[in-house]
Design a binder for this molecule. Structure first.
Ligand code: ADP
Ligand code: MG
Length: 318
């Protein structure tokens, strides 16, 4: 199967636009064309997944397709952007049809679920790797940045943390228990908090998605905002499944592990008090922004720069 036949059969179906859409020209030309609606900002980001680094060798292609787009879309959620389209740069060792079919199926399900249309891409031969660039739109000036947290703001997180990190312990489990299945599902099929991100627009002063671990990612907000924070360990939300699987150490997973793709945000107390119950139900207050720089858990400083707080490619590689 040639490159163009492969694209036509497996990827063009993900390029179909329903109704009016800002994507005015999809795959097939030298570039795609997106029309930015007046009064909007284009928000875009790229993520790369490399076999053996970001996913295990031989990883299920349908899971890979979902996960790759979810990871990329999560950055749009963190900015409060409404997803519009994406490009896919795919490097494959060979054009194996069953693999491509399953990969495109996982990717297509995710695209449909997140509201992202395939705008184009690039297909090359080499060790398995993929890069996905996602585009989203926000009202001009409304993108949620890491840099706006203010002293006295509450620190909130969505959902539960640590599940996907714990799943790494069970990736090879032959006959997983119900709890193991729950955390494995969280790893294989992350659900970026796109609607929540949009709902936090105008309410949160800063936001980030938890990809590398809560302490590490909250640390990025603190650094960008030039503030500090204190977190109540007991308030960090963990799932019942994680609590049963890991007992006392469940909270360590929640604080240090990434891959959950929940959101962490800062917002003023008054905004939180006035927030709609449906929004509050998706969030847990875990701490407060303080003037003293650095991150504390129950008042005890978390050492930064040790590499213990999150994932860092180059720190671990050297
Ligand atoms: P060029 O040589 O101009 O870069 P390509 O041969 O790389 O063009 O791509 C031809 C067309 O096919 C482009 O419109 C590109 O967006 C699209 N395309 C290539 N690979 C993919 C892919 N994996 N998914 C979607 N579209 C793709
Ligand atoms: Mg090309």
């Amino acid at each position: 199967m040639g490159e163009f036949e492969l694209i036509r059969q497996y990827f063009l179906p993900l390029a179909r636009v329903r109704g009016s859409h800002s994507l005015v020209l999809g795959p097939g030309d030298d570039c795609a064309v997106q029309r930015i609606p007046p009064g909007s900002d284009l928000v875009f980001s790229i993520d790369t997944l490399v076999e053996g680094v970001h996913f295990p060798p031989g990883y299920r292609p349908d899971f890979l397709g979902w996960r790759a787009l979810a990871v990329a879309a999560s950055d749009l959620a963190a900015m409060g952007a409404t997803p519009s389209c994406f490009t896919l740069a795919l490097t494959l060792p060979a054009a194996r049809e069953p693999w491509l079919r399953d990969f495109a199926q996982g990717l297509g399900k995710a695209a449909e679920s997140f509201g992202l249309v395939l705008a184009g891409g690039d297909t090359t031969r080499g060790p398995l790797a993929l890069s996905i660039q996602v585009h989203g739109l926000v009202e001009q000036g409304a993108a949620l940045c890491r840099s706006g947290a203010r002293i006295g703001d509450l620190v909130v997180v969505s959902g539960t943390l640590g599940d996907a990190g714990a799943a790494l312990d069970y990736l090879d489990a032959g006959n997983p228990t119900a709890d193991e299945k729950f955390v494995l599902e969280r790893y294989h099929h992350p659900r970026p908090r796109l609607k929540l991100g949009v709902a936090l627009r105008g309410l949160a002063t800063a936001a980030i998605d938890v990809s590398d671990g809560l302490l590490a990612d909250l640390g990025h907000i603190l650094e960008a905002s030039a503030v500090g924070a204190n977190i109540d360990r007991a308030r960090v939300p963990v799932s019942p499944a994680l609590a049963r699987l890991k007992g006392e150490s469940a909270l360590d997973y929640a604080l240090h592990c990434g891959d959950d793709y929940e959101l962490c945000a800062a917002l003023p107390e008054a905004g939180w008090a006035a927030a709609p119950p449906s929004l509050k139900a998706q969030l847990t207050v875990i701490g407060v922004i303080e003037a003293e720089p650095g991150l504390r858990v129950d008042g005890i400083a978390v050492s930064s720069g040790s590499g213990a707080e999150g994932f860092d490619h180059f720190r671990r590689a050297t």
